[in-house]
Design a protein around this ligand. Sequence first.
Ligand SMILES: CC(C)(COP(=O)(O)OP(=O)(O)OC[C@H]1O[C@@H](n2cnc3c(N)ncnc32)[C@H](O)[C@@H]1OP(=O)(O)O)[C@@H](O)C(=O)NCCC(=O)NCCS
Length: 176
Amino acid sequence: MTVQKEHASPDVAGLNIRPVTREDLPALEWDGLFWKYRPMYARLFNNTQAGRTLMWLAEIKGELVGQVFVMLKSGEKDAADGENRAYVFAFRVKEKWRNRGIGSCLMDFVEQDLHQRGFQFITLNVAKDNPEALRLYKRLGYKVTGSKAGIWSFKDPHGKVHRVNEPAWRMMKRLR
Ligand SMILES: CC(C)(COP(=O)(O)OP(=O)(O)OC[C@H]1O[C@@H](n2cnc3c(N)ncnc32)[C@H](O)[C@@H]1OP(=O)(O)O)[C@@H](O)C(=O)NCCC(=O)NCCS
C-alpha cells in the first residue's frame, strides 16, 4: 500500500507518506546516525506484521526525509491500549528538510489514520530539553498531561545495552 498525502501547507512538492517495508530498514539508520537502533527497528518491524505497531516514512522523489512510528498496543495502557489510545514515537525529519511543514504533515497523516482505525487519543513523550518539539506539539493541539522519568534501554547491534535517561512530558490529543 502506498499512501499519497498532500497536506494543505507543506512547503515541498511531491511529499509521499507510506508504510515502512523491510527493504527500507537500512535507510532508517540515516547514514549511520541511528545504526544503534538496528535491533530495535527490526523488532518494531516484526511488530508491524503482528499489528501492534505502525511505521511510516515520508519521502520526496524516493529520498527518505522523515519518519514517525506508532504503538497501537503496549504494556503501558496509559500510552497505548490497542483500541482507544495510540502512542507516537521516533518522530523525526532530516535536518535539511525541517521547517517546511513536513513534520506537521506527518503528524496530521498519523492523526487521520488513527482516527480511521477508531482510536480516540494520541499520546506521546517529549523530552523536557526539547522546547522546539514541545512548541510544535502544542501548536498541533497536544496538551501536557503528566511528567515521565523517560528511562528506557536498548541493545545496539553489538549487544551492548544503552540506558537512556530522558525526563519527558507526556502529551495527549483527542482525535476528532
Ligand atoms: C520535531 C521535528 C520532527 C519537526 O519537523 P519539521 O518538519 O521541522 O516540522 P514543521 O516544519 O512542520 O514545523 C516546524 C516549524 O516550521 C514551521 N513551518 C515552516 N514552514 C512551514 C510550512 N510550509 N508549513 C507548516 N509549517 C511550517 C512550523 O510553523 C513550525 O513552527 P513551530 O516550531 O513554531 O511550531 C524536527 O524538528 C525534528 O526531527 N527534530 C529532531 C527530532 C525530534 O526532536 N523529534 C521529536 C521527538 S519528541
